[in-house]
Design a protein around this ligand. Sequence first.
Ligand code: PEP
Ligand code: MN
Length: 277
Amino acid sequence: MSLFQEQVKFLKKKLKFAARENSSHTTLINIKGYNISSEKHSDNFTVMAGPCAIESQEQILTIAKYLSSKNVPILRGGAFKPRTSPYSFQGLGIKGLEYMQEAASTYGMLSVSEVMDSMDVEVVSNYVDILQIGARNMQNYSLLKTVGKTNKPILLKRHFAATYEEFLLAAEYILSHGNPNVILCERGIRTFESLTRNTLDLAAVPILQQVTHLPIITDPSHGTGIKEIIPAMTVASKAIGANGVIIEVHSDPENSLSDKEQALSFQEFDYIIKSIL
Ligand code: PEP
Ligand code: MN
């Protein structure tokens, strides 16, 4: 057995729920009839897209209209935003979720939004189909336990300084509290490189797939922070066997209230859709 295989075996022993028992052990997450599967290279490559933050009713309706015309099944948009500076736009809160729910239902899309606090889990669950746990909260164990007690699918983002083991143990918190519907998201880690916002760790995909049966998607937007690179990293994510991507798209990128540098225009997003078809 190679050293890597021994390490995989050792790591699996620490996991009661997330460990992959054999090569055919996969997981299917059914979200109102839409399936996200952990099967490798399945045709079912899920695209989640939308603005970094919901900014207005008009903005999210315009974006949802465009994305649904491209058959994107899942609309993303932050309402509770974990901003590095307290002086940056913090999101519209519940009002934003109301706008997103309206946009998603008008255009027949599912929705995903971040919940930052245990206290908000119940209310956010009323508006969205998938609860996102952001990178900064990956080790907020009380939040993980709270979402573990819900029956909502959870999109768990890797912290930018978390090892694979820490990432999987965070998923284990959710699974062990009764919620089996966890989707992992590799969103880039912090390295010495300063040209990129983060280093999208694409190796995480095949490595985690050795250890776990959970679906894994990537976030080329936060993973690079550079809009020119997002198409290539999306194609690479699909090629390496990820089960999907989450991408930031804006109707007016220049005036985006958050993560402007990585916000793709509709035209730029068209190119991605064509590349991964
Ligand atoms: C996001 O997806 O809106 C976000 C804030 O991402 P992350 O938690 O990965 O930084
Ligand atoms: Mn963002």
